[in-house]
Design a protein around this ligand. Structure first.
Ligand SMILES: Nc1ncnc2c1ncn2[C@@H]1O[C@H](COP(=O)(O)OP(=O)(O)OP(=O)(O)O)[C@@H](O)[C@H]1O
Ligand SMILES: [Mg+2]
Length: 368
């Protein structure tokens, strides 16, 4: 049995792992503000995201480890805090200073619910306490302002001789749309070599402030425009939305291939419109088939983030600018989306921690 002092407590906490990052809390530098007052102790566990699905588990395991090692301990007060780790990328830092992570929401097929998923995930992460921005990158027709109940245009101001834009805000998230910029009849500039320059310019003209996650909603498909978008803004990773049926899965596979080609990790797959529960009978209908998203994720060794059923309130929420996660927070549907958002946040943390390890490895073994 150890002594109830700082090193004794840290030793106990070395036995507590972050189940996502597979390392202990001390090695991960997550223990902060450790205070010992007689037999009472308090400390913070600083998570890598406020939307951590496992925070209660880690807290309980920490308390348990300490009580096992120090039966004489009095009060153990554990505060959960968070500090989202940033994806390390020089190009991103130059273009989007203050933005820690960028996540693209993509699909091969159109109309599978990408924008609905992007909006609700953004609101869900913000509800958990993260700073979130949403970029509507659908050059064919922006739909996000409508889905978030925003009908203004962004404010433009002058900063050191150049024009800057302030994102709009609703439901605790910041929104900007490429559609604010394009004339309805001029999506043509988004093709070819001009596109990349125009996107870069647009991105650096937006004052996002500090963000933990900037999510962007891509136009459907895997063509030139999508490729330009995902190559221009350095990405922490991508989320692929699909519906369960084979035609959607074929296109989702193309999406996976596209990200593989440009070396962007796929953080996970979301299956939307997974099933329908009839409100009158409670009977479940697998309208678009069963389990396609899960199967796709297993085939490609990519995390499955969860499924969202078909539901009238989800559709109405989109049409009326009231995302279900905000307007019906206690519904089963909102809970499912909250869970997906937390799984996504965990995958971002994992991607960043492996990225760091790779960089350290290259540093230590430069010949490899
Ligand atoms: N889980 C769901 N339940 C019911 N309706 C949904 C669900 N997900 C999306 N919808 C509805 O389906 C339609 C298409 O969704 P959405 O616009 O989000 O798809 P998208 O993939 O972004 O489309 P596009 O490819 O055109 O960008 C919308 O009317 C939306 O409200
Ligand atoms: Mg869309």
């Amino acid at each position: 049995m150890g002594t109830l002092n700082e090193s004794g407590i840290l030793n106990s906490l070395r036995r507590v792992e972050d189940p996502d990052l597979h390392k202990d809390l001390v090695t991960l530098n997550m223990i902060k503000n450790l205070k010992i007052d007689g037999n009472n102790i308090s400390f913070d566990i600083e998570l890598t995201t406020p939307a951590c699905p496992l925070k209660d588990l880690m807290k309980n395991n920490a308390i348990k480890a300490i009580k096992e090692d120090f039966p004489e301990v009095g009060n153990v007060v554990v505060n959960i805090t968070s500090n989202v780790r940033a994806h390390v990328d020089n190009v991103k830092d130059a273009m989007l200073p203050g933005v820690k992570n960028t996540i693209a929401v993509a699909s091969g097929k159109g109309g599978v619910g990408k924008s609905t998923v992007a909006v609700n995930l953004a609101v869900a992460l913000a509800k958990d306490g993260a700073k979130v921005g949403l970029l509507d990158a659908d050059v064919y027709g922006p739909s996000i302002p409508l889905m978030l109940g925003i009908d203004q245009k962004p404010k433009i101001y002058q900063d050191a001789g150049s024009s800057k834009m302030l994102p709009l805000e609703n439901y605790g998230i910041k929104l900007m749309s490429i559609g604010f910029l394009v004339d309805e009849n001029a999506p043509v500039i988004w093709r070819g070599p001009m596109a990349s320059g125009a996107i870069k310019q647009f991105m650096s003209d937006v004052n996002w402030g500090n963000l933990d996650y900037l999510i962007y909603d891509l136009p459907p498909g895997t063509g030139d425009i999508q490729l330009t978008l995902v190559q221009t803004i350095p990405l922490t990773g991508a989320v692929i939305v699909t519906t369960p049926q084979e035609v959607a899965l074929i296109d989702a596979r193309k999406g996976l291939k596209m990200f593989e080609r440009v070396n962007v990790p796929v953080l996970g797959i979301v299956e939307n419109m997974s099933y329908f529960i009839a409100p009158d009978t409670g009977k479940k209908y697998d309208i678009f088939g069963l389990g396609g998203g899960k199967k796709l994720s297993e085939e490609n060794n990519v995390p499955f983030l969860g499924e969202i059923p078909i539901n009238t309130n989800i559709r109405e929420g989109g049409d009326t600018g009231k995302p279900i996660v905000a307007s019906m927070p206690d519904s089963e549907y909102a809970n499912k989306i909250m869970e997906i958002a937390r799984n996504l946040a965990a995958q971002v943390s994992i991607a960043n921690s492996t990225q760091r390890e790779k960089k350290i490895e290259i540093f230590l073994n430069p010949q490899r």
